[in-house]
Write a protein that binds this ligand. Structure first.
Ligand SMILES: *[C@@H]1O[C@H](CO)[C@@H](O)[C@H](O)[C@H]1NC(C)=O
Ligand SMILES: *[C@@H]1O[C@H](CO)[C@@H](O)[C@H](O)[C@H]1NC(C)=O
Ligand SMILES: *[C@@H]1O[C@H](CO)[C@@H](O)[C@H](O)[C@H]1NC(C)=O
Ligand SMILES: *[C@@H]1O[C@H](CO)[C@@H](O)[C@H](O)[C@H]1NC(C)=O
Ligand SMILES: *[C@@H]1O[C@H](CO)[C@@H](O)[C@H](O)[C@H]1NC(C)=O
Ligand SMILES: *[C@@H]1O[C@H](CO)[C@@H](O)[C@H](O)[C@H]1NC(C)=O
Ligand SMILES: *[C@@H]1O[C@H](CO)[C@@H](O)[C@H](O)[C@H]1NC(C)=O
Ligand SMILES: *[C@@H]1O[C@H](CO)[C@@H](O)[C@H](O)[C@H]1NC(C)=O
Ligand SMILES: *[C@@H]1O[C@H](CO)[C@@H](O)[C@H](O)[C@H]1NC(C)=O
Length: 540
């Protein structure tokens, strides 16, 4: 459906008529009101092989929920106020308080952005709903979706409540939930925001050229938790066809599973924290807490604008609602959504630090703290080749933590295979972006998988563009077919190396500086040891 203006543009444009069919030329009706998008690129982005750049449309700042201020604070996301005048979707909305501090925040923050290269609303392209890490926001250039859209996947990213606004639990809030839906728990409002984006996509994405029956959820770090929970939650059953959890899902017996992205706390402990929090704000009801201006709430948290460094620990609650089962039980029971799943790790995260130097005493003390009476065995398995060289000692220490991440995600895959039919794919990313000194850091794969190097100011080289083409192809293929190898997304010169589903073989897909299935650890006895160590821990 073309409006009058675009019809005359088509007549004038002549040779550029490929672009004339792009969806930014039409006004799109969403369930809440009409929106007008615009062209994501005005020329082909440097270094990125995007043939169809003229087709990529973007809509920024579309509300998927009402303001979360006042009475909507600590409530599930509510339907946005409808609008009649076309929303010119050319600017990102504010971020939620508790997300990135780099942008203006406001409690009226439930916004999504959509990128689509569809040339007709009938294209029915696969969809990827992307969830950002903690401290991010949907307007970070790192999460720009035009590169993924160009590969034929409608890309949606979103803001969500975080910090106390996203995760507070309190007995009074539990009473509210009990009164409204009969469930005696509270918390996880940020997760309900994440799930509401899936509902928005189901209801609206067809008009953007997407297929509501082919929605994938993806994300990194805290965003990987969104993907993990959507796979397992009864609330999202039947809503997704695939999930990608980058950095990443771990073995429930891995101690890091208690603290990394997918962690949660018990309802009892989060309720207790909520009671403490209310008292510290000198009020005695949720109504009063809802009436406190957001700026004062942020100040009271002692973090001037960010909830990140608060003395409270805001995280997901095992609420028997959004999260139905403990991590280990869920793995045994099988997922709510038995869909292809992908997860993995980067080289310099979760205990491994690029360029680490360490003394012998530091190494021994750390191994002792971590492994107790197993430390002698661990030291023998990850022994530095030179005890006088602190770089070599740091390297041996990093190898332990990298191996632990790989064995941990593989361990999860073994649990998955015991109860799910769908394949699980694991990866190990080791390419360090140029112009920085943190190696293949946490988040470093994101620019590549989204093929959006153009939006981030690093001295990208030819090799980075080539790696991005491959990474993006695996991810886009996965969104299209549930298999990273199939879908025809790769347009580079080489052959895309086969990315095998994870099996009982102790192997992982190496991506970045090399490609192909590689052993989890150098020696089998290292994997044996990590599994033995996990088996002695209390699972999540
Ligand atoms: C939109 O139009 C409907 C029907 O004409 C009207 O009831 C409603 O108040 C309008 N909403 C706004 C926000 O203008
Ligand atoms: C709801 O759960 C709380 C503990 O979380 C408990 O004290 C209370 O009795 C429960 N209410 C009902 C109606 O079951
Ligand atoms: C609550 O009251 C105490 C004691 O008067 C005061 O020190 C504290 O700053 C108050 N907290 C807030 C958030 O107003
Ligand atoms: C979880 O909720 C179900 C009902 O949805 C209830 O039967 C069950 O007892 C609850 N479990 C816990 C641990 O509260
Ligand atoms: C390891 O820790 C234990 C208990 O904290 C301590 O007694 C022992 O001396 C430590 N050993 C080394 C080698 O640091
Ligand atoms: C090692 O320590 C654990 C507790 O930390 C204990 O249960 C176990 O028996 C110890 N094993 C040996 C061989 O001493
Ligand atoms: C682990 O296995 C390798 C390869 O078999 C072997 O060379 C090494 O000595 C073993 N390490 C230990 C501590 O057993
Ligand atoms: C320490 O090891 C690193 C890495 O192998 C090497 O580059 C460096 O020259 C070594 N330093 C010394 C003083 O031997
Ligand atoms: C394809 O290969 C040629 C020659 O090796 C190289 O110059 C070119 O940059 C490659 N193109 C892409 C898109 O990778």
């Amino acid at each position: 459906m073309f409006n009058h203006k675009s019809a005359s543009l088509v007549a004038l444009a002549g040779a550029a008529d490929l672009a004339s069919a792009a969806l930014y030329d039409s006004i799109i009706q969403t369930g809440s009101g009409p929106v007008q998008g615009f062209a994501a690129f005005n020329s082909t982005p440097y270094g990125v092989n995007i043939q169809n750049w003229q087709d990529v449309a973007v809509w920024k700042g579309i509300p998927y929920g009402a303001s979360t201020a006042g009475n909507n604070r600590w409530r599930p996301p509510q339907t946005p106020e409808p609008w009649n005048t076309t929303l010119i979707a050319d600017s990102y909305g504010p971020v939620c308080p508790g997300e990135s501090t780099s942008y203006t925040s406001d409690e009226d923050c439930l916004r999504i952005n959509v990128w689509s290269a569809a040339t007709s609303a009938d294209d029915a392209l696969p969809v990827m709903v992307w969830n950002h890490p903690a401290g991010g926001s949907n307007q970070d250039p790192l999460f720009d979706g035009a590169g993924m859209a160009a590969a034929g996947v409608v890309f949606i990213n979103s803001n969500r409540r975080d910090g106390v606004l996203g995760w507070l639990a309190h007995p009074e809030l539990s009473e509210e939930r009990l009164a409204t839906i009969g469930v005696n728990s509270s918390g996880n409002y940020g997760m309900l925001d994440e799930f509401a984006v899936l509902d928005w996509a189901i209801q609206n994405v067809a008009a953007f050229g997407g297929d509501p029956k082919r929605i994938n959820i993806a994300g990194q770090s805290a965003g990987s938790a969104a993907a993990y929970h959507a796979v397992n939650s009864p609330l999202t059953k039947g809503k997704i066809v695939g999930a990608i959890a980058e950095s990443g899902v771990r073995d429930p017996r891995d101690p890091l599973a208690h603290s990394l992205a997918e962690n949660y706390v018990s309802l009892a402990s989060n309720l207790a924290q909520g009671v403490e929090y209310m008292a510290a704000n000198n009020v005695s009801s949720i109504a009063e807490l809802r009436a406190i201006p957001i700026a004062d709430l942020l100040d009271a948290d002692g973090t001037s604008g960010s909830f990140g460094s608060t003395s409270y620990s805001w995280s997901a609650t095992l609420d028997n609602y959004t999260i139905a089962h403990k991590y280990i039980d869920q793995l045994a029971l099988g997922p709510a959504n038995d869909v292809p799943f992908m997860t993995g790790n980067t080289k310099d995260e979760s205990g491994a630090t690029y360029g680490l130097e360490m003394t012998e005493a530091e190494y021994l003390s750390d191994f002792n703290t971590t492994f107790g009476n197993l430390s002698a065995e661990a030291e023998a398995l990850w022994a530095p080749s030179d005890w006088t060289n602190e770089t070599v000692i740091g390297g041996a220490y990093n190898a332990l933590w990298r191996d632990t991440s790989l064995v941990s995600s593989w361990g999860y895959s073994q649990g998955w295979a015991s109860s799910a039919e769908s394949p699980i794919y694991t990866y190990y990313w080791d390419h360090a972006p140029p112009g920085q000194d943190r190696g293949a850091y946490h988040e470093s794969e994101i620019n590549y998988v989204l093929n959006n190097l153009y939006g981030t100011d690093l001295p990208w080289e030819t090799v980075d563009y080539e790696i991005a083409q491959k990474m993006n192809a695996y991810w886009a293929n996965f969104a299209k077919t549930g298999n990273p190898n199939r879908g025809g997304s790769y347009s580079g010169n080489e052959t895309l190396v086969q990315y095998d589903a994870t099996s009982s073989d102790r192997i992982v897909m190496h991506v970045g500086n090399g490609w192909g299935m590689v052993p989890l650890t150098q020696f089998d006895n290292q994997t044996d040891f990590i599994l033995e160590y996990f088996s002695l821990q209390t699972p999540v």
